[in-house]
Write a protein that binds this ligand. Structure first.
Ligand SMILES: Cc1cc2nc3c(=O)[nH]c(=O)nc-3n(C[C@H](O)[C@H](O)[C@H](O)COP(=O)(O)OP(=O)(O)OC[C@H]3O[C@@H](n4cnc5c(N)ncnc54)[C@H](O)[C@@H]3O)c2cc1C
Length: 367
């Protein structure tokens, strides 16, 4: 491939925006396409906050990628002059013998296990029941997703990338040594394309094993203004009967809680995403907050749903698909924290034809 190849990035959500940034910063003539505009709330990258954590229950093989991603988050913050990653720490809360609690401890990251008075003193937001512990990952915290996507796109543009908002790609296909990209404005040839459509993956490439599913977030008012301070309170993942993830009060008022454990319901298309939650989910959240988060009022003041693309095994699809088409999608509800390193890997694959990073477990051809 020439020293300055033309590369289309199809979708500028978290992964596409980071890919655009990494490609442009590394000298490619990158063009980003999106049906909407960066930072929008229809896909997987809206809703004010995302968890960053390093003691990864999903597999110790992610740890080197997470550490590289953290460095790239810092690089993006410096380049854009915007704070995106707040490393306030993260706790996994649950029974000491819970398999997830154990997996976090076995991730190879130096964690601290807290219980009793010490846990209550250091993390008063999450009181423990008998037999429960907190596993503290110091290399964890929260990210600001909308600002992250916008900063990456700004940086990409600063390096010469082009952005085409409100431009839906209707088809992408290999064409000899290049790729054809079709939009309402016609068909254009690029040297390569990175396909980053998130939950819309099957609308673009119907054979992909990616299902659109929705995740609901609800914001609960604090009872006590001392608790859930965004400068100090860790993010939390509670496992067991009342499973959820939970953030500090980033707007100074409401604490965002995502219900886990009930499975993520499929959606026909992210365009048909309901803007509120079903009563059963709200009842589950009410019960979880009542039972485990006494610092919050149990009735949410805000509810929102978002769509992500899920694969059958819960791990993303990252790698060459066919010809000069690279796939980076299906990150199954946990891809945000890794988006910068995934974008850099996509740039490796396009610009060098390979990567030094270990991505075999994410191969698009594994199903
Ligand atoms: C509510 C929720 C909470 C989550 N919490 C966390 C968390 O705490 N930590 C974490 O690491 N991960 C988390 N995740 C997962 C993470 O946010 C996603 O894996 C990640 O944002 C996926 O980014 P993406 O770029 O693949 O998708 P998106 O951000 O949805 O981007 C896809 C983009 O492609 C565009 N597009 C699609 N089709 C086309 C087309 N044909 N033409 C042009 N443009 C197109 C869309 O408009 C969209 O902008 C969460 C996800 C959700 C939904």
């Amino acid at each position: 491939m020439s020293t300055s190849p033309s590369v289309a990035v199809l979708g500028t959500g978290a992964v596409g925006a980071m890919t655009l940034w990494r490609l442009a910063a590394r000298g490619a003539r990158a063009v980003g396409f999106d049906t909407y505009a960066p930072g929008h709330d229809r896909g997987a990258s809206g809703g004010e906050s995302r968890i960053f954590r390093t003691a990864y229950k999903e597999g110790a093989h992610y740890v080197p990628l997470l550490r590289e991603s953290r460095l790239l988050w810092t690089e993006l913050e410096r380049a854009g002059g915007t704070r995106l990653l707040h490393l306030v720490g993260g706790v996994t809360v649950g029974a000491a013998d819970d398999p997830v609690v154990r997996a976090v401890q076995e991730s190879g990251v130096d964690v601290e296990v807290l219980s009793g008075r010490e846990a209550a003193r250091r993390v008063p937001e999450h009181p423990l029941a008998e037999g429960e512990v907190l596993v503290l990952d110091r290399e964890a915290g929260y990210l600001r997703p909308e600002a992250a996507v916008l900063t990456a796109v700004d940086e990409a543009q600063r390096h010469g990338a082009e952005l085409r908002c409100r431009t839906r790609v209707s088809a992408v296909e290999p064409d000899g040594a290049g790729v054809l990209v079709t939009t309402g404005a016609g068909t254009e040839r690029f040297d390569a394309a990175v396909v980053t459509p998130g939950a819309w993956a099957r609308q673009l490439l119907p054979h992909l094993p990616v299902q659109a599913r929705r995740i609901t977030s609800a914001w609960f008012p604090r009872r006590d203004a001392e608790l859930f301070d965004p400068g100090r309170c860790p993010i939390a993942i509670r496992v067991g009967a009342h499973a959820f993830s939970c953030f500090p009060a980033l707007d100074g008022f409401g604490v965002k809680v995502n219900a886990h454990g009930g499975g993520w319901p499929p959606v026909e298309s992210p365009e048909s995403l309901p803007r509120s939650a079903e009563p059963e989910l709200l009842a589950r959240l009410h019960a979880a907050v009542t039972a485990t988060l006494p610092g919050l009022r149990p009735d949410p003041v805000r509810v929102a749903t978002y769509a992500d693309g899920f694969t059958p095994d819960g791990h993303g699809l990252l790698g060459p698909l066919t010809g000069n088409l690279v796939l980076a999608t299906g990150f199954s509800g946990h891809g945000f924290k890794l988006a910068p390193v995934f974008g850099d890997i996509a740039a490796d694959l396009v610009l060098s034809g390979g990567t030094r990073r270990a991505i075999a477990p994410l191969s698009p051809h594994r199903f």
